[in-house]
Write a protein that binds this ligand. Structure first.
Ligand code: URP
Ligand code: ZN
Ligand code: ZN
Length: 471
């Protein structure tokens, strides 16, 4: 099947220009000067389908490098399955996710990896890869790391918080980092000081401060900055590359910037919730309402201007990637924490909205059009060994293509544009300039004319290379 996308402005992270995109089967065959002929033969007449993208941007499909479909967490499971979550992602122009295999203490990382394949296989609407979470880092886990790298799982997430659940102590972190330094994989870090958080939580609950707002106050920026700094030092000691996930505090972003300026292979990710939402407005909403926005790291104070600093860090490349950390829980699940915020399952659902939300940064002049593509598609692809196939529109790349209408409009909210398996929207009422109009995944149209045309099982496991971001 050959498809020609005509009349649009192709935008890659490296620049933009008028071009037609010729797709042959699952890959991009050529980017052509508009209206090109092939050896004098009109191309429009020689392909099976033509998509008119006049007045639209033609961009690489988004790569969301941080999702948790069906994650067992907080005594329940994240509410999106691989099917519902990847379908919602497609609606929002994301054509690849990298999800986290979870290994809790005592579990075998390789068994968990096999289990995640069982959950995902045949159920995904778009392509997917895996990172692996390691909690108790045993000697056997180190050998498992090597085996997983060979399987295309080239990044490992460690937690400095959630004692007794996911936390690795500093010795375990160093062991995993030493192995990563040897086998070329990336260490991803949940950087919050768990012991201090546990103490502050106990003290807060004992005082009777039990509302969702106190989730934020018991995870202050100091615990994020301290853990980020510690992770950077341990990475420096071991020579492992470090990618700090879900950065929300400006002080943590500053630590990352300093390490990068010092020449260390340290990278940082933030998420839409930390760019737009705040401790005061969302977590501080009346009653139990704030539970909708309980996630870790927490939303930060707008008065302290963390959000502005994160936008600026994205513009200046002090932070490199925006992922969603999509980990949705329905209100009925969040209600486990009525009267005790520490029992609210942590996570927000955004997998459908990342491209739209970040495009507002283009509209408001915070980032360029090319930088939008870079932080949402190209860099996550390069960071996690997908580049070439994903994150770029170029001959030979997978035909994961989004036609984005800058003159379109998207109203976000439950019952409007919302296909996640979630009984509320963390983004209710957000009005977006721009619209994801058409989405192709490996040459197959999955979203068009306001309809989902894909199917569960189209999405394939993508075996990832080592990070292409390391020298
Ligand atoms: O609140 C969050 N972020 N939930 C998902 C798990 C994690 O730490 O990424
Ligand atoms: Zn985390
Ligand atoms: Zn996460």
């Amino acid at each position: 099947m050959k498809t020609l996308i005509t009349g649009g402005t192709v935008v890659n992270s490296t620049g933009r220009g008028a071009a037609d995109v010729l797709i042959d089967g699952e890959t991009i065959a050529a980017l052509l000067a508009p209206g090109s002929t092939a050896l004098g033969v009109d191309l429009v007449g020689s392909v099976d389908a033509v998509i008119d993208a006049t007045g639209k941007y033609v961009i690489p499909g988004g790569v969301d490098a941080h999702t948790h479909m069906e994650m067992p967490f907080g005594g329940t499971f994240a509410s999106d399955t691989f099917e519902t979550g990847t379908t919602a992602a497609a609606w929002g122009g994301t054509t690849t996710i990298v999800d986290f295999v979870v290994q809790y203490a005592g579990e075998n990382p390789l068994d968990q990896y096999a289990l995640w394949h069982e959950k995902a296989a045949g159920n995904c609407a778009i392509d997917y890869g895996f990172h692996q979470i390691l909690s108790d880092v045993q000697d056997s886990s180190l050998d498992a790391m090597d085996e997983l790298v060979a399987e295309g799982v080239t990044s490992f997430k460690l937690f400095m918080a959630y004692k007794g659940v996911l936390l690795s102590d500093d010795g375990q972190i160093v062991k995993a980092m030493q192995r990563a330094a040897q086998n070329g994989s990336m260490i991803m870090m949940h950087a919050e000081n768990g012991s201090v958080i546990d103490l502050l939580v106990q003290q807060s609950l004992a005082r009777g401060d039990t509302a969702p707002y106190f989730h934020g106050l018991t995870r202050p920026w100091q615990v994020e900055e301290e853990a980020t700094h510690r992770a950077i030092m341990l990475a420096n000691l071991t020579g492992a590359p470090l990618y700090v996930v879900h950065v929300s505090a400006k002080q943590a972003a500053e630590q990352i910037a300093r390490a990068r300026d010092g020449g260390q292979n340290v990278f940082g990710e933030t998420c839409p919730q930390y760019l737009y939402l705040s401790l005061e407005e969302q977590l501080g909403a009346p009653g139990f309402e704030g539970a909708k926005w309980v996630c870790s790291t927490p939303l930060r104070s707008r008065a302290e201007r963390h959000q502005d600093h994160l936008w600026q860090s994205l513009r200046t490349n002090d932070l490199q990637v925006v992922s969603t950390d999509h980990c949705p829980f329905c209100l009925t699940q969040k209600q486990r924490g009525i009267g005790d915020f520490s029992k609210i399952p942590n996570g927000i659902g955004s997998v459908e909205h990342r491209l739209d939300l970040l495009y507002q940064g283009v509209v408001t002049g915070r980032i360029s059009l090319e930088r939008w593509i870079e932080i949402c598609a190209t860099t996550p692809a390069r960071m996690f060994g997908l580049y070439g196939r994903k994150g770029v529109l170029a001959p030979g790349a997978d035909a994961d293509v989004v036609i984005y209408d800058p003159a379109g409009h998207t109203s976000i909210g439950l019952g409007k544009t919302h296909h996640m398996n979630l009984d509320y929207s963390a983004w209710e009422g957000f009005e977006i300039d721009g619209h994801v109009e058409t989405v192709l995944s490996r040459g197959e149209v999955v979203i068009a004319d306001g309809e989902f045309r894909g199917h569960a099982g189209h999405g394939r496991y993508v075996k990832r290379e080592l990070s292409q971001y390391l020298i």
